[in-house]
Design a protein around this ligand. Sequence first.
Ligand code: SF4
Length: 310
Amino acid sequence: MIKIGTSACVVGDKVRFDGGHKRSAFVAGHIVTHYELVKFCPEVGIGMPVPRPAIQLREVDERIRLVDSKTGEKDYSDAMAGYFSRQLERLQELDGYILAAKSPSCGMERIKIHNEDGKLLHRDGVGMFAAALKQAFPDLPVEEDGRLNDQGLRESFFTRVEAYARFRQLVLENMQPSSLIEFHTCYKYLLLAYNPKIYYELGPVVANCRQDFDAAVAAYRSKFMQALSKPTTRKKHTNVLMHLQGFFKQELDSKYKSELTEEIKKYHSGYVPLLAPLTLINHYLREFPNEFLAKQAYLNPYPLELGLMA
Ligand code: SF4
């Protein structure tokens, strides 16, 4: 089962500074049936009690420090770095991470940064644990709990999680050019649906990967994850669906062809979810098998049971 890291308070653990939790029904009640959730509470992990005094990020001598909000005299930065190092082995097994928003430890973005006297400087910071996570695993799919309420961000996140896991199995556990070529082949239409520009940029990376394979794999994964990091549009999906329709031009008679065209048009207009034309394409694929099309991740980007396809 794919493992996704989560801030412990997001799955309902009462570990917040005020003794409460921040349970997300979507994370703790829904996705938990499809993924193994591995929880971390960095503040409890560094030995802080529950409840505990509030902490904040301060910029001191051009360095970000994690200190107690009241006096700024207790500095938890080194303890947090130590905790992160001790968790590395568990973190390496993850294919995604869901962080709690607004926390000076776990927040992914827009975290308050204060000056050394505790006055607010700006809100452009990153939680100290989250920053270490991003630095150590720059390609790991990471999202905040609240942002997962957005349909497009949800789809993007779980598409990335599944792709990251597949890349690990297909390429990293079998480091040879044929694995990278196979991965690129399987993700052709998914990449085209998210970022056609990057799809075409990745072609030469794959074609020349024998020159320095390790470097090519690193460059490929970084660009690939970047391509999927922004939600895509109905227009881009429609283009891909029309491409896929072309695979059946010999096999389908005019009645079935126009049925699929109609379904794609309805999706483009927002009347039906993406699942509708994809179900029809998957149905035709079972009727008229096509090896290349059958391996396309685009047709099954994440477990259908997640109920995400809009
Ligand atoms: S936001 Fe992070 S540090 Fe804070 S309670 Fe939740 S898991 Fe713990």
